[in-house]
Design a protein around this ligand. Structure first.
Ligand code: NAD
Ligand code: IPM
Ligand code: MN
Length: 346
């Protein structure tokens, strides 16, 4: 078979550190891969003023998949790299599913104490192209005591239906076959109504899937008190952002949380990245846990149909997590990557 062509955007802060380990593991998996690195991020922005040139975006469309580390740097005003680089990629490449597993691996310490791996095993299907991330907004009388800032949430029937359908498909494939819509229909009555009606309508086609609803505030509580309530969750862009950081915390920490920005129609490459950001507080110190990126690589392999390699990587991570209890806080980024890579190479 031909080489997989991967675009790699290490980005800022710990992004470069964790991506190096992710690629190390990918190579150890024996997958024939050809990588091209893109220097997008804070450094390029400072040097040239460029965030994501159109020509680069067009080039990125030609790859089989994209790996991204993290973007964002204290030296760049908030929003520039986040919106014009990361979110622009998600929007332009139509990553309407932001797939974020929340899974407690055996041996991993959780702040929930008694929770067992079977209690924390869910998948959050976060909408990726709409919501508050894509809506109109503006400011009036900025800087005055009478300032008015608006930020609207965009929800289209087309956009909601396609992500809801994906979530039902996902739920139908899992043993528990349960789908929970998480929203705030008691207050966000226009958007919530569209989401609730869409879930109700599509559910008719999936009688085998149990459908449930939970307000975002209660869901945030239940993530901590009763995570076993959830199997597949479908939710909008911002609720999904927030709840997956809570999910990361309960499943052992943000250093383990993987994600895939998926274009299910395959009209453009999907993009895989850890849930965490550039972590300026620990950048350059070799302290970042690369596991989230390595698990994101496993998702990438799975997306490209390389199921055996994906399982091998996930298995290697699982073994590493069982054996490294206690030593976690003291291990360096590179040591973790080396350990997982050598397990993958077998
Ligand atoms: P963050 O995820 O970067 O960091 C939050 C906390 O988690 C920090 O204490 C950090 O040290 C820790 N942490 C994160 N990843 C870790 C890892 N792999 N191993 C160990 N500890 C880890 O979030 P933040 O501090 O809110 O944001 C920092 C910057 O990153 C901002 O510019 C933000 O916009 C950006 N950001 C980018 C992404 C992304 O690229 N997808 C995601 C979130 C935040
Ligand atoms: C994430 C991040 C991004 C988001 C930011 C950096 C735009 O928090 O990937 O979770 O909000 O989606
Ligand atoms: Mn986030």
């Amino acid at each position: 078979s031909s080489n997989i062509r991967l675009a790699v955007i290490p980005g800022d802060g710990i992004g470069t550190e964790v991506v190096a380990e992710g690629l190390k593991v990918l190579n150890a998996a024996g997958v024939k891969v050809e990588t091209t690195e893109y220097d997008l991020g804070a450094k390029r922005y400072h040097a040239t003023g460029e965030v994501l040139p159109d020509a680069v975006l067009d080039e990125l469309r030609g790859y089989d998949a994209i790996v991204l580390g993290a973007v964002g740097d204290p030296s760049v005003p908030p929003g520039i790299l986040e919106r014009d680089l990361l979110l622009r990629l998600r929007f332009e490449l139509d990553h309407y599913v932001n797939l974020r597993p929340v899974k407690l691996f055996p041996g991993v310490e959780t702040p929930l104490g008694k929770a067992r791996p079977e209690d924390i095993d869910m998948v959050v299907v976060r909408e990726g192209t709409e919501g508050l991330y894509a809506g109109a907004g503006g400011t009036l009388r900025r800087g005055t005591p009478h300032e008015i800032a608006t930020q609207e949430s965009l929800n289209t029937a087309y956009g909601v239906e396609r992500v809801v359908r994906y979530a039902f498909e996902k739920a139908a494939q899992r043993p528990r076959k349960k789908l929970t819509l998480v929203h705030k229909t008691n207050v966000l009555t226009y958007a919530g109504d569209l989401w609730a009606r869409t879930v109700a309508r599509v559910s008719q086609e999936y009688p085998q899937v149990e459908t449930d609803y939970c307000h975002i505030d209660a869901a945030s509580m239940f993530f901590i008190t009763q995570p076993e309530r959830f199997d597949v969750i479908v939710t909008d862009n911002l609720f999904g952002d927030i709840i997956t950081d809570i999910g990361a915390a309960v499943a052992g920490g943000i250093g383990l949380a993987a994600s895939g920005n998926i274009n299910p129609d395959r009209t453009a490459p999907s993009m895989f990245e850890p849930v965490h950001g550039s972590a300026p507080d620990i950048a350059g110190q070799g302290k970042a846990d690369p596991t989230a990126t390595i698990l994101s690589i496993a998702m990438l392999l799975d997306h490209l149909g390389l199921t055996a390699a994906a399982e091998k990587v996930e298995q290697a991570v699982a073994e590493d997590l069982v054996e490294r209890q206690g030593a976690r806080a003291t291990r360096q980024t590179r040591e973790i990557g080396d350990d997982i890579a050598s397990r993958v190479a077998g």
